[in-house]
Structures are given as C-alpha cells and as structure tokens.
Design a binder for this molecule. Structure first.
Ligand code: B12
Length: 219
C-alpha cells in the first residue's frame, strides 16, 4: 500500500502534469487508506497548483495547460471534499466571491471549503461577481462577514469600492480580503477589517473579526 507521502506526491504530480485519472485514483486511495482528506487537499492538490502557478509565471505553461491542471485539481476535490468532516453549525455567516472581472476561483473555493467545514453558513456568489452583488447578498443574508478574492492587480481595485459601498449601507459588517496580489497593507489601505494569506488561516481571521465586531456592538 502507498504511504501518505507517496499519495501526496501522486496528487501533487497529477495536478502539475494534468493527469486527472492519477489524481482520482490517488484521492480514492487516500480515502481507502484512511488519510486525512483535508491534508490531501491542501498538501497534495493545492500544493500542486502552487507549482503550476510558478510554471505559468516562467512561461513554461500557458492558459490551456493551467486549465487542465485546474480540472485535475477539481476532479480530486470532488472525491475528497465530501469526506472532510464538518463542524457543528456555528452562529456565523459569510458571503464570499471572486471580484468582478476575475475568473480565478480555485483559491476562493478552498477558502469557501474551510469556512464550510468550520460550520459557517457560506453564501458563495461564484466568480466574476458584480460589485453591487456583494452588497445585495450581504443585506439579503445579514451576514457579518464578507470575504472577497482577487487574483489580478486590476480587479483588486474593485474590492475597495465594495468595501465603501457595504460600509455606507451597514457599518456592522467585517470585510476580509485575500488572493495573490493582496497583502495586509493593501487590505488596510482599502479599509478592510481582515486579511488572510491562505485558506488555512482564513477561518481564524473570520472568527477574530466577528469577535471584534460583537465587542464593538456591546459598547
Ligand atoms: C490558475 C490560473 C488561471 C486559470 C484560472 C482557473 C480558475 N478556475 O481559477 C485561468 C487559466 C482561467 C487563468 C486565466 C487568466 N489569468 Co491566471 N493564473 C492562474 C495561476 C497560474 C494560479 C492561480 C491559482 O489557482 N493558484 C492556486 C490557489 C490555491 O492559490 P491562490 O489562488 O493564490 O489562493 C490562495 C491564497 O491566495 C488565498 N486566497 C485566495 N482568495 C482568497 C480570498 C480570501 C477572502 C482569503 C482570506 C484568502 C484567499 O487562499 C488560497 C489558498 O490558500 C496564477 C499564477 C499564480 N502564481 O497565482 C495566474 C494569474 C493569477 N493569472 C494571471 C492572468 C494575467 C490571467 C489572464 C489575464 C491570462 C490571459 N492572458 O488570459 C486570465 C484572466 C482571466 C480573468 N479575467 O480572470 C496573472 C495575474 C497578474 C496580475 N498580478 O494581475 C497571474 C498572477 C499569472 C501571472 N504572473 O501573470 N488563470
């Protein structure tokens, strides 16, 4: 039987070299062997996609290859995701989406998954989300947290507009930003309440923001 390290390598390699069948087999194999599905997703599939990003930046991969890598990642996610244990419901809601003009949604979907398994009610608007839609969905669901993802320096600017629009309508909302071009400084500059570098610490940041919001409401 394959070891955990071997399976992680097969998942990673399968994403990098867009071998969808290999990814599916490794994902199923990891479940059969009882390995932790979330670890397989983050240290196998997502780690593979990180390498794909580097290949793309070095112009070794182009859009078609990247799309096939994304397909391989999603094929693995479809098998593993249903087996990630979900925490009991917590009293927290988040609206999430990739900002207008941005079709990148792999990172956003990982963040979404982390909130979901942590027991949050997640309202996913998808990708290329019109700016007003974030405002409307926050009001419709009365969510305390709005999380936006941007992967391009151009689309990132839309987040600043959304923050302004939401805060004007409802100051009691905490807004979190993320995505490759976004830094803590950018988030502060745009007037966001939180920032997380990766899906792994998004939920902790969300909890911190809600605690602060509720503390402020008490005053
Ligand atoms: C995959 C990819 C694509 C795929 C997207 C598929 C999909 N369904 O998402 C496709 C091929 C469609 C694509 C298209 C394009 N892409 Co592209 N793409 C990438 C690539 C290679 C990887 C992104 C990725 O999925 N990474 C893996 C995930 C797991 O990581 P992540 O997204 O960073 O997310 C993590 C964190 O950032 C964070 N996070 C993300 N969102 C959020 C949100 C919150 C709230 C929080 C807390 C955290 C968080 O958590 C995640 C997990 O830990 C990047 C290169 C790179 N190195 O990032 C370029 C990149 C983002 N693309 C780029 C470009 C230019 C394009 C195109 C314009 C190319 C073209 N000529 O057509 C188009 C744009 C289309 C559009 N309008 O959006 C540029 C952007 C440059 C810039 N700075 O503006 C990049 C940086 C490549 C480059 N260096 O040139 N792309």
């Amino acid at each position: 039987m394959a070891t955990k390290e071997e399976i992680l390598e097969q998942l990673k390699d399968g994403v990098i070299n867009y071998k969808e069948d290999q990814v599916k087999e490794a994902a199923q194999g990891s479940l059969d062997a009882g390995f932790v599905p979330l670890e397989m997703i983050m240290d196998g599939l997502a780690a593979g996609m990180e390498v794909v990003g580097q290949l793309y930046e070095r112009h070794e991969y182009f859009v078609p290859e990247v799309l096939m890598c994304a397909d391989a990642l999603y094929a693995g996610l479809a098998i593993l995701r249903p087996h990630v244990p979900k925490a009991a419901g917590v009293n927290a809601q988040v609206v999430i989406g990739s900002i207008q003009g941005d079709v990148h949604d792999i990172g956003k979907n990982l963040v979404k998954m982390m909130f979901d398994v942590a027991g949050w009610d997640v309202h996913d608007l998808g990708r290329d989300v019109p700016l007003e839609k974030f405002v409307e969905e926050q009001m419709r669901t009365d969510s305390e947290v709005v999380a936006m993802s941007a992967m391009m320096t151009t689309t990132m600017l839309g987040m600043k507009k959304v923050i302004k629009m939401i805060k004007e309508k409802n100051p009691n909302v905490a807004i979190m930003l993320g995505g490759a071009p976004v830094t803590k400084d950018v988030a502060n500059l745009f007037g966001a309440d939180g920032y997380a570098e990766s899906a792994g610490n998004a939920v902790a940041e969300g909890i911190r923001m809600i605690a602060r919001l509720r503390e402020m409401q008490k005053k």
